[in-house]
Design a protein around this ligand. Structure first.
Ligand SMILES: Nc1nc2c(c(=O)[nH]1)N[C@H]1C(S)=C(S)[C@@H](COP(=O)(O)OP(=O)(O)OC[C@H]3O[C@@H](n4cnc5c(N)ncnc54)[C@H](O)[C@@H]3O)O[C@H]1N2
Ligand code: MOO
Length: 401
């Protein structure tokens, strides 16, 4: 039996980041940046006002000063009005501060005289003197021109994409988002909407994997279902999948009709017994083009936990993530539970209070308990040496959100 950490390491070593491509920002969300984004200009681009108010020469704007309003600068204006002694310009938030001004007095700190047709008053009186540079957002104070705005390796979320746009880029160079093919196997499987006859069950693994891929920012390339007597078709589907990785479920154990093993072992996929429960039988290999092939056991809970423990980190590596792991926390068991002998346990759990954790199901870690998966919030990972978790024991918990 291979320790689960060793199996995971083997998968991670084989998973090389996909080549980089330049894509528009609208398609880059969730991708990992492959090269630095260097700002084309200082951010902000020019000194601009942080307030709606009046641009002034501070030395001439003590409390009680009356200033003539000689210009009106809106956001987007290219004007740079001269300000003489005793003069001010009305200015809006985001508008360029006139070169002659060195502070902005907000509207609320003024009393205004009669206005013209555009609403610009002829004069204002300052009711609170501005501090030096008050309400002026300085050119380059966020980022100097030519400096790195986003470093390679960053995952592009909404904030990072906005930063790239602000730095003057409509496109970024990212690792391609992995496209993943899913193939579920089993003669017993029918559509969830069907009426199962004796021996048949609704197919749920591909539903789980498709959603898990999407939730991890990965693309679903295709979904197929194969009967246990369709080994050749299975091999063809794996070969032909237009995907960067293939995940199969079922048929990975020692049964008489384990189609995945039959079809893929001759193609170099290694099937091993891993020291983890659920998820003991696992197959792993690489296609001729380097795409990893993950053959998971069929039990739905084993699929859920194997995806989290093995497949997701490897796929995130393909996506270019340096750290592909979930956040982990140490929590206290608030109920006791049994663990399998000789294998690490990955148990779907609920979070109990600020630092507690309890099994999501009374049935323990049975790999068929798919309905109770719905209640789970995280996965407890208990080492192989532990046979029983006692109330109060410290447990390592892999957080799923
Ligand atoms: N003699 C032994 N038998 C088994 C062993 C063993 O070591 N010796 N290992 C057990 C363990 S542990 C597991 S896990 C399973 C894995 O078996 P397979 O990978 O061959 O999976 P299947 O037999 O195809 O399916 C297992 C189970 O899951 C249901 N299933 C399969 N696919 C789906 C799907 N897409 N949606 C919903 N449910 C699915 C299937 O009906 C079975 O009930 O082997 C044990 N046996
Ligand atoms: O390892 Mo199997 O996945 O326990 O039930």
């Amino acid at each position: 039996m291979i320790p689960w950490e060793e199996h995971r390491e083997r998968l991670l070593t084989a998973a090389r980041p996909l080549p980089a491509a330049t894509v528009p920002l609208s398609l880059a969300g969730g991708c990992v940046l492959a090269s630095d984004v260097v700002t084309r200009w200082p951010v902000p681009l020019f000194d601009n006002s942080a307030m709606d108010g009046y641009a002034v020469r501070r030395a001439e704007a003590p409390e009680g000063a009356r200033l003539a309003v000689v210009a009106d600068v809106a956001a987007g204006s290219a004007e740079d009005p001269e300000l003489g002694a005793g003069e001010a310009a009305r200015i809006m938030t985001g508008a360029p501060v006139p070169t002659a001004a060195d502070a902005v007095v907000p509207l609320e700190a003024t009393v205004a005289g009669p206005a013209d047709a555009r609403g610009v008053p002829g004069w204002i009186e300052v009711t609170a003197a501005p501090a030096p540079g008050a309400h002026v957002r300085r050119r380059g104070e966020d980022l100097a021109a030519g400096s790195v705005s986003l470093s390679a390796g960053v995952v592009l979320g909404p904030w990072q994409l906005a930063a790239a746009a602000a730095a003057g880029h409509a496109e970024v160079t990212v690792h391609r988002r992995p496209r993943v093919a899913v193939i579920s196997t089993g003669t017993e499987l029918i559509d969830p909407a069907g009426t199962p006859r004796r021996g048949q069950i609704p197919e749920s693994n591909s539903v789980l994997l498709a959603a898990a891929l999407r939730a991890s920012g990965l693309d679903l390339a295709s979904v197929d279902r194969v009967r246990d007597d369709e080994g050749e078709r299975l091999a063809r589907l794996v070969d032909a999948a237009e995907a960067d990785a293939v995940i199969l479920t079922g048929g990975a154990s020692v049964g008489a009709y384990d189609v995945v093993k039959e079809a893929l072992a001759p193609r170099g996929v290694a099937f091993d017994r891993i020291g983890i429960q659920p998820g003991k039988p696992q197959g792993f290999g690489t296609r001729a083009d380097g795409a990893p092939i993950f053959a998971l056991p069929g039990n739905p809970v084993a699929v859920a936990t194997s995806f989290e423990v093995f497949v997701r980190p490897a796929l995130l590596r393909l996506a270019g993530r340096a750290d592909p792991f979930r956040r982990e926390e140490l929590r206290r068991a608030t109920a006791p539970w049994r663990c399998p002998a000789g294998r690490a346990q990955v148990l779907p759990v609920v979070l109990d209070g600020p630092d507690g954790v309890a099994p999501a199901t009374a049935g323990g870690s049975g790999s068929h308990l798919v309905a109770s998966l719905a209640a789970a919030e995280a996965l407890a990972i208990v080492p192989a040496s532990v046979e029983r978790v006692m109330e109060g024991d410290e447990i390592l918990v892999m957080m799923l959100a």
